[in-house]
Design a protein around this ligand. Sequence first.
Ligand code: PMP
Length: 451
Amino acid sequence: MKTEVEMNQASTGNESHLWNAMHKYNPDAKATVAVSGEGSWFIDEEGNDYLDGVSGLWCLNLGYGRQEVVDAAAEQMKKLSYFPLTMNHQPAIQLANKLSEMLGAEYQTFFSNSGSEANETAFKIARQYHMQTGNPGKYKFISRYRAYHGSTMGALSATAQANRRVKYDPAPPGFLHVAPPYSYRSLFSGSAEEKDLRAADEMEEMIRWEGEETVAAVIMEPFISGGGVIIPSMKYIQRVADICKKYHVLLIMDEVVAGFGRTGKMFGFKHAAGVQPDIVTMAKGLTSGYLPLGATSVKSEIYEAFKQEGKDKHLRHVSTYGGHPAACAVALKNIDIIEKENVVDRVNSLGNSKLIELHDLMNHKNVGEVRQIGFLLGLEMVEDKATKEPISEARMSEIVGACKQNGLVIGKNGDTVPGGNNVLIIAPPLTSTEEDLDFIIETVSSVIHSM
Ligand code: PMP
């Protein structure tokens, strides 16, 4: 029997030359080596089954092993194994058109390979757009503390989590951070919605203090996911969109996690009536993780600034593999399945009828808050409900380790702040069966009750 620590930690240790993501070095730990997967489950080399309660890295919207998706990739690879988007290919054209239709306005899409790159692309587009429309001084980006927007230097600069940054700073200049709409821990008073709206006021204040003529864009996830599943009132999202309009600041909506059904709408921003972002970035659920693909969709009005004939106004940005034909074919098939199988409705109804059962854990002394929208759920764990002192990282690892020992992989928020990594994350594949969801509910509940 492996120890909890061993179960919880992957390690390259002495065993291989592979450098794992996000794990502390532990020469004694044995890494999980997955060999196959089907639906919401994967099997490791030793034959153990695990339910993947966090969809890989929040990306397996359709779960593992969908033959139609595999076939779409293979068919495309046989026809055209690679082609650069300095020219065109049909899967990319069709996917860009499909995204424009789905987003609910006219958008032009630039393809890359990941969420980080999709956000980098958005930053470059935003700066160049302002430069080419008479506002060359608008270069700053605003994001919220606790946000995660990616691992590359620009996206990491928008990421406002101290522990993820500290070894890699100084970050490129021009990235500013404001308080998130985090009503559970807020310096503001009033109802949750009032606190959220005060956080939006603070963003407006920042734009005014910095000078609106210097601010290019706000980047936000509709619901902060990796930073601890923070779900604001929809009025906050609407208010941020209004502030952006008022100061001619572009709104970049990071739908890398929320996109393609995770929250019970096709895109997270669609929960906030009337909000239509200037730029939408996507990855993960765009292909359900079957192949890497990032997308930056930009409102056509913005794209106009790059269409000045005969002038050097085009986007000087290229990605060798971005919009790979096989990845685009996979995305088209993935979206087709999500639509035909009414996956989004399913997330809504099972989120509200099943996963919601995890809210009962609020009765437990160490559960400070349960936050959920669709198949995105966070349990904020505290030592004491009155003081809200976060439980220790060691206890968090014990819970995650105990779940894994019982066959369930769940997540915990990354390196938000020292001592503040206390949110358990549950984000299963959107195709999880009712039995899968029961298994998650029972396992998490029994592990927490046995604490
Ligand atoms: N944005 C958000 C909201 C994310 O959660 C992530 C990845 N966890 C990214 C961007 C970066 O995506 P990638 O890892 O594909 O670069």
